[in-house]
Design a protein around this ligand. Structure first.
Ligand code: HPA
Length: 252
């Protein structure tokens, strides 16, 4: 089987310079669901075709609740994506997911509201209820874990991703409630992205980088300075990039 085209959705920690020599696919932002948040770029890495899209757009213009996930996933599929790996920052709740931890979640809880969340908007699209028992693709997750092993990058290979609406961060009481209900990390961006990918038949998995302890987990007088923590992770970002590189090198 020929290698499949891997699409990467880059989050806050990525820019379009991920892969030198990537070329923008003309017209790739336009979809039946409106404009994608960025063009799709394409390139070759380890002999494999890869696609790239910036979730928050160039210049980080789309806050999490305004990310056009149906358009983004549609644009990637139109460009020929066979599978999607998404990168997203999170706040750690579980003791094993402190700042700097890289985790490949195995489940999620969607607490977003009012986002463009489906390609089945009806009535003209018809009605379809996708199976979402396991929201992340187990095959892609396993290959990400294997790639991390080959590259010598420590990762946590499971955890429940709890998606909040944002853009504000959570209260301490919200994080206590999330922890009591089984959440291991909290983020704002994997939903509805993961569900739309499933609707479009695209195997999808997430690589999360913990950039802070979630609110109230490690008490600090000044609270969470998100800009500060997200910006102070260059070394860990390099590890995430090395993991993706090893993933692509590993083929399908
Ligand atoms: N909460 C929600 N989303 C996040 C956080 C957080 O603490 N850190 C990074 N993304």
């Amino acid at each position: 089987m020929a290698d499949r085209t891997m699409a990467l959705i880059g989050g806050s920690s990525f820019d379009s310079g991920w892969l030198p020599g990537m070329a923008e696919i003309p017209g790739s932002r336009r979809t039946p669901y409106g404009e994608a948040s960025s063009p799709v770029w394409e390139g070759i890495l380890h002999g494999r075709r890869v696609l790239f899209l910036l979730r928050h757009g160039e210049g980080h213009r789309y806050p999490p609740h305004a990310v056009p996930s149906p358009a983004n996933l549609w644009a990637l599929r139109e460009a020929g994506a066979d599978e999607v790996v998404a990168v997203a920052t999170v706040g750690g709740i579980s003791p094993r997911l402190g700042p700097g931890a890289i985790v490949i979640p195995d489940d999620l809880v969607d607490c977003t509201r009012g986002r463009a969340s489906t390609i089945y908007t009806g009535p003209e699209t018809g009605v379809r209820h996708i199976d979402f028992t396991r929201p992340f693709d187990e095959g892609v997750r396993a290959r990400l874990g294997a790639a991390a092993g080959r590259a010598g990058i420590p990762v946590e290979s499971s955890g429940v991703y709890w998606c909040t609406e944002g853009p504000r961060l959570e209260t301490a009481a919200e994080v206590r409630a999330i922890r009591a209900l089984g959440g291991d990390m909290v983020g704002m961006t994997a939903c509805p992205e993961a569900a739309v990918a499933r609707e479009l038949g695209l195997p999808y998995a997430l690589v999360s980088l913990s950039v802070n302890w979630a609110a109230g987990i490690a008490e600090s007088a000044s609270g969470i300075d998100f800009a500060l923590v997200a910006g102070g992770m260059e070394e860990k970002n390099r590890s995430v990039r090395a993991l993706l590189d090893a993933f692509v090198a590993g083929g399908c």
